[in-house]
Ligand binder design. Structure first.
Ligand code: NAD
Ligand code: GLY
Length: 357
């Protein structure tokens, strides 16, 4: 197991990354002085695949395991589901010291985190992410939320987990489209902070797609390290943390203007390249690096071309986004591979030209 530390003023924690993490979770919880009852929150798909392995390890280490299940899907990230879960926690006599283990992708992680942050004013949260996106992004950094009305992630908190256990073996059963979704965030991590890691991706993406354990472990470790470093410097997103939104300004607009027919990971991939094009047009991002970026996105099996959506609809959506400040659209743009900058000084004409493809 490789270990990372997220060092925060209060509530720092470790991320353990490697094979066989599910079986070893009980031992780790004991080391952290947990005892007695644990709640595993998951969905039927993930429970069928990994529920027993996790349970066996926990039982062997003396824990009493209670499963709470929600159906699969983004729509479960709701106050209604949270309400039902509070009820179930209470009927199982969950106490302030009873940890909630989030076994699943980002949907389970965000929902379990929201419930853990609010039930009894906060119970311990352990993230056990099973999608690539959750392993490199959503399980780290403490953003927990549910969706409300038309808006995503608009009711939530910053609530850090006590521990993150990332078992890379779980990626073996991940559908190809979910692997590609996660790869978008992996590429994002490299572009925003680490040109050496970007070069590693250029050399090894084929091995990622054939699910080679050593390479999977390396990309999860490097991406998690980058996210942890950013969160350590800016836990509450007052500045630096917004570089994690690279590709997301245009990406979210594409996702929403396509009525969510274009997946999040695909939309953000297009958004990352579009941000690169904007920066190149501004004379900042080198054309050769832009070509390298396009090549890596393509190699990951992600789209690079602007879909035929009305540029006006896209800009209108961007203007309503959380990333707008003082009425101006804020972009995270690459300066070079490994460094980005934040600006709200992109000309509306350049934005429209880029969105028109
Ligand atoms: P997801 O949780 O819906 O998982 C994708 C699919 O994979 C689901 O059908 C799930 O049941 C299935 N699955 C999970 N693990 C599996 C496995 N090992 N094998 C086979 N199937 C498996 O989607 P996601 O992409 O993991 O997460 C998306 C969510 O994450 C969104 O709600 C988004 O808002 C949130 N998110 C949060 C943060 C954050 O910082 N908190 C960051 C990024 C995204
Ligand atoms: N996914 C963006 C963040 O955690 O800040």
């Amino acid at each position: 197991m490789k270990k990372l530390k997220v060092r925060l003023d209060t509530n720092g924690y470790e991320i353990h990354i490697g094979s066989d993490g599910l079986r070893y979770t009980g031992h780790q919880l004991k080391e952290k002085d947990f005892a007695g009852k644990v709640i595993i929150l998951t969905n039927p798909i993930v429970k069928k695949l990994y529920g027993n392995t996790l349970k066996q390890g926990l039982t062997r280490d003396g824990f009493e395991v209670i499963f709470l299940e929600v159906p699969d899907g983004e729509e479960q990230k709701s106050l209604e589901t949270a309400g039902r879960l509070y009820h179930e926690l209470s009927s199982h006599y969950a106490e302030r010291t009873t940890p909630i283990l989030a076994l699943g992708g980002g949907v389970i992680g965000d929902l379990a985190g929201f419930v853990a942050a609010t039930y009894l004013r906060g119970v311990p949260l352990v993230q056990i992410p099973t999608t690539l996106l959750a392993q490199v992004d959503s399980s780290i950094g403490g953003k927990v939320a549910v969706n409300h009305g038309q808006l995503k992630n608009n009711i939530g908190a910053f609530y850090q987990p006590r521990l993150v256990i990332t078992d890379i073996d779980t990626l073996k059963t991940l559908p190809a489209k979910e692997l590609a979704n996660g790869l978008t965030e992996v590429i994002k991590s490299a572009v925003i902070r680490d040109k050496g890691f970007f070069a590693y991706l250029e050399r090894n993406l084929d091995r990622v797609k054939s699910l080679e354990a050593k390479v999977l472990e390396e990309i999860v470790f490097q991406s998690a390290r980058i996210k942890a470093e950013v969160v350590e410097k800016d836990e509450k997103e007052l500045g630096l943390r917004s570089i994690l939104n690279y590709g997301h300004t245009i990406g979210h607009a594409i996702e929403s203007a396509s009525d969510f027919k274009i997946e999040h990971g695909e939309a953000v991939a297009i958004g990352m390249l579009a941000a690169g094009r904007i920066s190149s047009q501004m004379g900042i991002f080198d054309q050769k690096e832009l070509a390298r970026l396009k090549c890596v996105i393509e190699k990951a099996g992600l789209p690079t071309e602007m879909p035929s959506l009305k540029p006006k609809r896209l800009t209108q959506t961007m203007e309503h986004d959380k990333k707008v400040l003082g009425g101006k659209i804020r972009f995270v743009l690459p300066k070079s591979i490994g460094t980005v900058f934040i600006t709200d000084e992109v000309s509306p004409t350049l934005i429209e030209q880029t969105l028109a493809g």
